[in-house]
Design a binder for this molecule. Structure first.
Ligand code: UDP
Length: 327
């Protein structure tokens, strides 16, 4: 039996693919390569195609014995979702529904879903637990929230079981430096800092300095992509064993402001990074920090990496990728 990883050529999916492979699982990767990179698929069988293409998905399901599906094939930029909500609802909601129906047609009932802390919106209690009300404030968060609801209904009606992970800010890269974060164009804070550190951009724009936080900039909880990968393995194993759907917040329980993150990256890269203060980015809540006690208790999972580790591993990968691109 294999684990099907849709979106396995993207940032988080490619790390989960490598992690599962190392843990002895057979994996099958499906990706349409619209955002992902074939170079990031370092193991497993690969099929190029779209999760919304039912005939294609039926071919994948009939040629491989699939025990569980992990879904990473989503658009994940808050700012872009505010500008292009149609694309977000199409890709993140409609295609996920088609994927779930393909699973039903092929009698695969275990689903691991990448949701997000953006489903919580403006948090009223920090750290954010799984029972915190979900009131997303941007289309990206809404698309993930809709799928969470869909999964609840598919479980009740069709017995399709799910493990929902609400990530806080995924960061870092494979410590072996084989794969890493690779988005074109880049919008995430840490790789953008590296672009400024290497002269690819003049400065990092700090989006908003008047938030109700200690230094006025947004606070985020950065969780290393390899910690996320481990949680996926543990969550999937529990889901298969118990047959009970569950949701978990995956964060470190510690927040860093945009300024603190830039300062730490300056120390690690050894470069004094230029910044400019700009308007707030639409759709950004001031503070997102996750409680991880539920995952700790039910999955025996605890983050192993700090923000420093995330920036260091991401920097090593960034420098390696730059060298390869120059060759
Ligand atoms: N951010 C910023 N400048 C940038 C990119 C991001 O100030 O060039 C801020 C952003 O407003 C947010 C935090 O950094 O408060 C993390 O943003 P990112 O896009 O990395 O992740 P998100 O929180 O949107 O998932």
């Amino acid at each position: 039996m294999s684990i099907l990883i849709v979106g396995g050529a993207g940032y988080i999916g490619s790390h989960v693919n490598k992690y599962l492979h190392r843990a002895g699982y057979d994996t099958v990767v499906v990706d349409n390569l619209c955002k992902g990179h074939i170079e990031s698929v370092c193991c497993g069988e690969f099929f190029c195609g779209d999760i919304g293409d039912e005939a294609f998905m039926d071919r994948v399901f009939s040629s491989c014995k699939i025990e569980a599906v992990m879904h990473f094939a989503a658009y994940a930029y808050v700012g872009e979702s505010v500008i292009s909500p149609s694309e977000y609802y199409e890709n993140n909601v409609i295609k996920t529904k088609l994927l779930l129906d393909s699973m039903r047609r092929n009698s695969v009932n275990n689903f691991i879903f990448s949701s997000t802390c953006a489903t919580f919106g403006n948090a009223t209690e920090i750290p954010i637990t799984e029972t915190h009300p979900q009131n997303p404030i941007n289309p990206y968060g809404f698309t993930k929230f809709v799928v969470e609801r869909m999964l609840y209904d598919y479980d009740n009606a069709y017995g399709l079981r799910s493990c929902i992970f609400r990530y806080f800010n995924a960061s870092g890269a494979d410590p072996e430096c084989e794969i890493g974060e690779w988005h074109e164009p880049e919008t995430h804070l840490i790789p953008i800092i590296f672009e400024a550190a290497t002269g690819k951009r003049a400065a990092v724009s700090i989006f908003g300095t008047d938030y109700p936080t200690t230094d006025g900039t947004c606070v985020r909880d950065y969780i290393h992509v390899c910690d996320l990968a481990e949680a996926h393995k543990l969550g999937m194993e529990r889901l298969i064993k118990t047959g009970v759907s569950e949701n978990y917040n995956l964060g470190c329980g510690k927040g860093y402001s945009v300024r603190e993150t830039i300062n730490m990256a300056s120390e690690i890269t050894g470069v004094n990074i230029a910044t400019i203060e700009t308007e707030r980015r639409k759709g950004d809540p001031p503070t997102l920090i996750g409680a991880m006690q539920k995952a700790e208790k039910l999955l025996n999972w605890k983050p192993k990496y700090s923000l420093k580790d995330s920036i260091e591993t991401a920097w090593n990968w960034y420098v390696k990728k730059e060298k390869l691109e120059k060759k």
